[in-house]
Design a protein around this ligand. Structure first.
Ligand SMILES: CC(=O)NCCc1ccc(O)c(O)c1
Length: 738
C-alpha cells in the first residue's frame, strides 16, 4: 500500500467517524441517518448506539484494522516501528528521528502515551526547573545518564466513547485527539486525559515520578494505586483510600511523588469503588539499563509501543452490576475485552460487528521483541493469550525476572504481568493475537483480537479470524487452570515452577519462617430475609447464580476505617481493628471490621492462602502492596477422599509435611491466583514498613471485603507524614441543641 492509498483509507475512517451519530448535530441529518440504520440493521436498540460495520463503511473485508498509522510514520516505511531500537536489547532513539514518540504508534487514533500532562494543561504545569515530559522520560536507559524527574498531569473526568472529538481525529494528528473508541459501543466512561487506557508512564529505574491527579469527576472521590511499585520510603503514595491516604475529593489535585524504585512491567489503576472498570487504568513501565537488565541479550527491541494492556469491558457503567441485577444479565460478566483500549464487538443477537480498529503490533522480520503484557481485568475471568505461529519466551512476571521458558499460551489473572520475547522469524505476514476470557466469560464468550504485523505485510491476517469456540492452537500453556503444579508435564507449566533469575534472600529459604499465617477465604451466603430487614444495611453482591454474598478472609469481611491508619492512626477507634485471633465480640459468621495483621519489621513471613470458596471455575488472585513475595508452592489436596480443601485440612496437611513447598529459586511476584479448591504458599521479608493492602484483585470482591491490611513495623519506622497531607474522618461533635 502506498502513501496515497493509506491517506485514502484514513480519510475513509474519518468519514465513517463523521457518520456516527454524535447527537445535537441537526435534526434532519440525524433523522435520515437513523432511517438508514433501519434499513441496514434489524436491531435498532443496539445499532443506534454503536459503531457498526455498515454497508457504506469500509470497502468489504478491510474493516477497521486496516487503518494505517500516522502519515510518514506508517508501519510500511521500513524500520519505522523501531522507534526505539538496538541490537543489544538497548532502547535507543531510532536514527529516523524527527518524530517524537508521542507522534507515532500502531494507530494514529490513540498514541499510547501522547501528550500526557501537557498541551492544553500546559499552564498548569508547575513552574519548576528540571521536570522532564512523558516523551523525554520514555527513553533508552543509560548508565552514564542521571535520573530524570518525570512529570505527568492526569485529568480525571466523566467522558463518553464515540463522542464529537472522534470527528477531529485526522490521519496526521500528532497529538491525542481525545477520541475514545473502545469497541465501538457508545457509553459513559471515566477517563484520564480523555484516553483509555490512560497515559502510559514509561521511565527508567531510579527516575523520580511526579503525577498531579486532578479529580474533575462530579461527585466522586478517587485514588490511584501504582500496582507493582513498592513505595519504599513513600508509603503515603501507595494510593489505597482510607489506608494510605484520604481519597482525592472532587475538584482537588493530589500530587503523587515517588521513585521508580523497582524495575519491571507494572500498571496503575483507580483503587476507589468500581472506577477501574469504567476506564481508570494505564501501563507503568520501569526500564533498566542494558547492564542491569538480566535478559537484555535475549531481545533486540523493547519498544514503548509493545506494551499489551488487556482489560475487560462492559457496555454499561460498573455500578449497574453492583450489587447486581437478578433478571437482566445477572452477575458481573463483561461484554467484551479490549487490547490497549481497542477492539471490535459482535452483537450476539444480530451478528453485527463494529469496525473499530484492532490493536496492531508491528515487527521487523528477523528481530526479537520484548512484549510487556499487563492483565488489567476487573472481573473473575482469567485471560488466555495466544499469538498465531509465535511462541512466547517468558522472561519476567510481575516485573521480576525468571529463567526463560517457552510457552504458546499464557493464562493470567487480573493484576498479573508477563514479559515475553517474540522472534519475528515467520513469513512476512500478519498474524492473529487472541485474548479469550475463560471461566465465567465462557457465558458471554468474551474475546478480543489484535494483530502481530510484519512491516510491509497486510494489516489484517488472511487466515480466518479465530473465534471463541475455534481459537488458535494452545500448545504449551502457562498456568493451566487445573493447577497441577507439583509435577513436570509436557503440556503446561505453572508460574510457581518458573525459576527466579535473581538470587533469593537466604531467610526466605529457611525451613521455618518467623511468622506463619493461614488465610482461608470464602463467601458468606445471605438469605434474602437475613439481608432485607428494617434498619439493616449490610452490603452484598448478587453473584451470577443469584446468590447474595459478602467476602470473608479468615472469617472477617474487611471494612475501610474512616481515616487512613498510615497518617491518622489516632483517629481510628481501636476496636475497629480485628484479625482472626481478635474478632469483634458476638459477630458470629458476619464479622465486619478493619482486618489488620501486625508483622515485626524484617520478619520472614509465610502466608498460606486457602480457597474455601468452593465455587468451580473461580481462582482468586491475591495482590500484596509494597512487596514482591516468593511463590513457594501451589497445590491442591493430595488426599483423594478430601473433596474440598479447608483451613482445617490445610493445617493438617502442613502438620504432615504435605503442603507443597519448593525452595529452588522460587519466583517473585506481587499477584498470585489461588487455584480453585487449592492453596498457595508465599513468603516475603517484611522489610518495608507500612500499612499494605493484601486482597483479592477481583474488583467486585474487593468491594465486598476480600481484603486485609498487613501492618509492618511501627510508626517509628515510618517516614514523616508529607506536609499538608489531607485529613479525613468522622465528624461527630456533641449534639448542641438543648
Ligand atoms: C455461596 C457462594 O459461594 N456462592 C457463589 C458466589 C459467587 C460470587 C462471585 C462469583 O463471580 C461467582 O461466580 C459466584
Amino acid at each position: 500500500m502506498d502513501f496515497t492509498q493509506k491517506c485514502l483509507f484514513a480519510l475513509a475512517l474519518v468519514f465513517l467517524v463523521l457518520s456516527v451519530d454524535v447527537g445535537g448535530g441537526g435534526g434532519e441529518r440525524r433523522a435520515s441517518r437513523l432511517k438508514k440504520r433501519k434499513e441496514d440493521t434489524t436491531d435498532q436498540t443496539s445499532a443506534a448506539a454503536s459503531w457498526w460495520n455498515q454497508e457504506d463503511g469500509f470497502p468489504s473485508g478491510l474493516g477497521g484494522s486496516t487503518i494505517p498509522t500516522a502519515a510518514g510514520t506508517g508501519p510500511s516505511s521500513p524500520g519505522n516501528s523501531d522507534f526505539f531500537s538496538s541490537s543489544h536489547g538497548v532502547l535507543q532513539t531510532h536514527p529516523l528521528g524527527g518524530d517524537l514518540p508521542g507522534g507515532r504508534s500502531s494507530s494514529f487514533l490513540k498514541p499510547l502515551y501522547a501528550n500526557a500532562g501537557f498541551g492544553l494543561n500546559f499552564n498548569k504545569r508547575p513552574n519548576e526547573p528540571g521536570l522532564s515530559s512523558p516523551d523525554e522520560c520514555a527513553r533508552a536507559c543509560r548508565d552514564d545518564e542521571p535520573p530524570k524527574v518525570c512529570y505527568y498531569r492526569f485529568n480525571l473526568e466523566f467522558y463518553t466513547t464515540l463522542g464529537a472529538a472522534c470527528q477531529l481525529c485526522l490521519p496526521n494528528a500528532t497529538n491525542h485527539c481525545q477520541c475514545v473508541l473502545g469497541d465501538g459501543f457508545e457509553k459513559g466512561v471515566l477517563t484520564i486525559n480523555r484516553q483509555i487506557p490512560g497515559p502510559s508512564i514509561q521511565v527508567c529505574e531510579g527516575d523520580k515520578i511526579v503525577i498531579d491527579v486532578d479529580n474533575q469527576m462530579q461527585g466522586m472521590e478517587v485514588t490511584l494505586h501504582w500496582h507493582g511499585l513498592w513505595q519504599q520510603g513513600t508509603q503515603y503514595y501507595d494510593g489505597v483510600p482510607y489506608v494510605t491516604q484520604c481519597p482525592i475529593s472532587e475538584g482537588s489535585t493530589f500530587r503523587y511523588q515517588f521513585k521508580a524504585g523497582n524495575p519491571g512491567t507494572h500498571f496503575y489503576h483507580a483503587h476507589t469503588g468500581l472506577q477501574k472498570l469504567d476506564g481508570l487504568y494505564g501501563s507503568f513501565i520501569v526500564r533498566q539499563t542494558p547492564s542491569e537488565e538480566v535478559h537484555a541479550h535475549l531481545y533486540d527491541y523493547d519498544l514503548t509501543t509493545h506494551v499489551m494492556l488487556v482489560s475487560d469491558w462492559m457496555h454499561e457503567v460498573a455500578q449497574e452490576r453492583f450489587p447486581g441485577r437478578l433478571q437482566r444479565t445477572p452477575g458481573q460478566e463483561p461484554e467484551n475485552i479490549l487490547i490497549n483500549g481497542k477492539g471490535q464487538y459482535q452483537d450476539p443477537n444480530t451478528g453485527y460487528m463494529t469496525n473499530t480498529p484492532l490493536e496492531i503490533f508491528t515487527v521487523t522480520p528477523g528481530r526479537r521483541y520484548r512484549f510487556r503484557f499487563i492483565n488489567s481485568f476487573c472481573t473473575v475471568c482469567p485471560a488466555q493469550l495466544t499469538i498465531q505461529g509465535h511462541p512466547m519466551l517468558i522472561i519476567a512476571s510481575d516485573g521480576e525476572p525468571v529463567h526463560p521458558v517457552v510457552v504458546n499460551t499464557i493464562i493470567s489473572f487480573t493484576g498479573e504481568r508477563y514479559d515475553f520475547v517474540i522472534t519475528a522469524d515467520q513469513n512476512v505476514d500478519a498474524y492473529w493475537i487472541q485474548i479469550r476470557g475463560l471461566g465465567e466469560c465462557g457465558n458471554t464468550r468474551a474475546q478480543q483480537l489484535g494483530v502481530l504485523r510484519y512491516a510491509r505485510a497486510p494489516y489484517e491476517p488472511v487466515s480466518p479470524r479465530p473465534t471463541y469456540d475455534y481459537g488458535l492452537a494452545q500448545g504449551v500453556v502457562l498456568n493451566p487452570l487445573d493447577a497441577i503444579c507439583n509435577v513436570e508435564r509436557p503440556d503446561a507449566i505453572c508460574v510457581s515452577q518458573l525459576k527466579n533469575a535473581r538470587s533469593v534472600d537466604e531467610g526466605i529459604l529457611q525451613e521455618h519462617p518467623d511468622v506463619k499465617i493461614f488465610l482461608p477465604f470464602r463467601f458468606l451466603l445471605y438469605q434474602p430475609e437475613q439481608l432485607f430487614q428494617p434498619h439493616l444495611y449490610n452490603r452484598f453482591l448478587v453473584a451470577p447464580n443469584g446468590d447474595h454474598v459478602i467476602s470473608l478472609v479468615d472469617g472477617i469481611s474487611f471494612v475501610f476505617p474512616p481515616s487512613p491508619p498510615l497518617s491518622q492512626i489516632e483517629d481510628i477507634p481501636p476496636e475497629m481493628f480485628c484479625n482472626g485471633d481478635n474478632r469483634p465480640p458476638e459477630c458470629g459468621e458476619n464479622c465486619m471490621c478493619t482486618h489488620k495483621v501486625d508483622i515485626p519489621l524484617n520478619a520472614i513471613v509465610e502466608v498460606v492462602l486457602v480457597d474455601e470458596v468452593q465455587q468451580p471455575n473461580l481462582s482468586h488472585p491475591f495482590h500484596l502492596h509494597g512487596y514482591a513475595f516468593n511463590v513457594v508452592g501451589i497445590g491442591r489436596s493430595p488426599d483423594q477422599q478430601i473433596k474440598k480443601i479447608s483451613l482445617k485440612h490445610a493445617l493438617d496437611l502442613d502438620r504432615r509435611g504435605l503442603l507443597h513447598r519448593q525452595f529452588n529459586l522460587p519466583p517473585a511476584k506481587d499477584t498470585i491466583a489461588v487455584p480453585n479448591n487449592g492453596y498457595v504458599v508465599l513468603r516475603f521479608r517484611a522489610n518495608n514498613p507500612g500499612y499494605w493492602l493484601f486482597h483479592c484483585h477481583f474488583l467486585f470482591h474487593t468491594v465486598i471485603g476480600m481484603n486485609l491490611v498487613v501492618h509492618v513495623g511501627t510508626h517509628a519506622d515510618l517516614p514523616p507524614i508529607p506536609p499538608n497531607f489531607q485529613r479525613c474522618g468522622d465528624h461527630l461533635p456533641p449534639i448542641t441543641f438543648h
